[in-house]
Design a protein around this ligand. Structure first.
Ligand SMILES: Cc1cc2nc3c(=O)[nH]c(=O)nc-3n(C[C@H](O)[C@H](O)[C@H](O)COP(=O)(O)OP(=O)(O)OC[C@H]3O[C@@H](n4cnc5c(N)ncnc54)[C@H](O)[C@@H]3O)c2cc1C
Length: 416
């Protein structure tokens, strides 16, 4: 055990992030007593729609497709298990994004809170004042992902887990190629989130950043002591945002470490001890009264950062390929909308959903590799350094501040 992990009171499995599935997913899988198996694809099959990716986007798309067209043959191909990616690992914040959209003018959606009002909801010596978003919900994300998997299977959707799509020929018909079989389908949906960095059609629409969560041991009495009994989801105002919430058994899940960017989704998104320590440091700073409560779990995952901070949904050439990505770490609620939009695009329906401005929007592209990953990594570290200096009352380094501001000056909404 290193000095840092001892000081942070990190115990057990947390010392090896990525060594096991997220705490959420372990809980959800343990509850699946009569779980339906989704064996890997073997052989060549046909479908009306093939969906690559079994996270919220892919599963909500399957859900909405079967809602409107129950006779469609839909196949989902997931390289891991459904919910094995960020959908089963995230903070579970389902919010309406009023903080991102305040210029549209709905002041009642985001109300200022005084220091005393913040303290009444959750007391921390680090909190000064705040803002309250009245609409929002917390979910246990892996229960949602695995529940969606069950519901779409009950509707006749075929799911193959453990089935990576190694390439997709758009056709038409589209042919998804996997190690032991193919799916030939009229239409295909790319619901691959940050793995989009590996797809030529998508890679310049996003950069991938990591985010990590640490989880305390159950401490319901300590949570009650700080008055955090209303289930509020809390974030700070750092650009490299920290987010924290309670669980049903009185733990705190605290997210925010990370800063790696890469042109492929590798171990740095799941096995990064430095990112775990950063998240743990944030937690210890904000919640000093929990110093004796161990952090006993930690996990991370990739975030698909778009140039606008908002997701985009749309159609790719030659017209039978569809995608949704760019949630920028806020996909829990919007993936439901994404599924509706993609289902309508797939079925050729002209609806309110398909007329949303974020559908087929021409967003600013990121630079090509290797500039994109190097730039993203440097900017992310600069943002974290600037945020940390400000938080600890130090003057941010001028060079770091300039680097942190650079993306916004270039028209990318990533920095301060
Ligand atoms: C640590 C963390 C905390 C977060 N916290 C929040 C939060 O509190 N609130 C919020 O709104 N959002 C949060 N997010 C973001 C949120 O999890 C995502 O926006 C959301 O899950 C996106 O869903 P998705 O289905 O598009 O992506 P994913 O869940 O990533 O699903 C994509 C799936 O595609 C699969 N896949 C990729 N490539 C292939 C291939 N070639 N073949 C087959 N399968 C493939 C992957 O294995 C994965 O399962 C967080 C993310 C992380 C990492």
């Amino acid at each position: 055990m290193t000095a840092a992990t001892t000081a942070l009171n990190l115990t057990g499995k947390a010392l090896t992030p990525g060594a096991q599935r997220s705490w959420w997913l372990r809980e959800a899988l343990a509850a699946e007593k009569d779980g339906l198996a989704c064996p890997p694809l073997t052989g060549d099959i046909k479908a009306d729609v093939v969906i690559v990716g079994g996270g919220f986007t892919g599963l909500w798309t399957a859900y909405h497709l079967t809602q409107t067209k129950p006779d469609l043959k839909v196949v989902v191909l997931e390289q891991d298990i459904c919910g094995g990616g960020p959908s089963g690992r995230n903070g579970g914040f389902a919010s309406g994004w009023w903080d991102e959209l305040r210029e549209i003018g709905a002041p009642e959606e985001l109300r200022a809170l005084t220091r005393e009002e913040v303290e009444a909801r959750c007391a921390s010596p680090a909190f000064r004042s705040g803002a309250f978003m009245k609409d929002g919900a917390s979910v246990q994300p892996a229960f949602l992902a695995r529940g969606l998997r069950r519901v779409v299977m009950e509707r006749g959707v075929t799911i193959h887990e453990g089935t990576p799509v190694t390439s997709l020929n758009a056709g038409p018909p589209a042919v998804a190629i996997t190690p032991n079989g193919t799916v030939r389908a009229t239409r295909a949906v790319l619901a691959v989130n940050a793995w989009g960095v590996g797809w030529p059609q998508l890679r310049r629409r996003l950069v991938a950043w990591s985010s990590y969560i640490v989880l305390t041991a159950p401490a319901p009495e300590k949570v009650a002591e700080i008055g955090w009994t209303g289930g509020e989801l809390i974030t700070d105002f750092r650009t490299s945002v920290r987010y924290f919430r309670t669980t049903r058994d009185g733990r705190i899940a605290f997210g925010g470490g990370g800063g790696r960017a890469s042109s492929r989704i590798d171990d740095s998104f799941t096995h990064d001890m430095r990112a775990v320590e950063e998240a743990a440091e944030g937690f210890r700073r904000l919640f000093p009264s929990f110093s004796e409560v161990p952090l006993e779990d930690a996990w991370g995952g990739p975030i698909d950062v778009s140039s606008t901070h908002l997701p985009t949904f749309g159609t790719l050439e030659p017209g039978n390929l569809f995608y949704a990505l760019g949630y920028t770490g806020n996909g829990v609620a919007p993936t439901h909308l994404a599924g509706k939009v993609i289902a309508d695009l797939v079925t050729g329906s002209d609806t309110d959903s398909t007329r949303l401005p974020m559908v087929n929007r021409k967003a600013r592209l990121f630079p090509p590799e290797p500039l994109r990953s190097i730039g993203a990594a440097v900017v992310r570290r600069a943002i974290i350094a600037k945020d940390t200096a400000e938080e600890t009352g130090r003057r941010p380094n001028a060079v770091m501040s300039a680097i942190a501001r650079m993306p916004r000056r270039m028209g990318y909404l990533l920095g301060p």
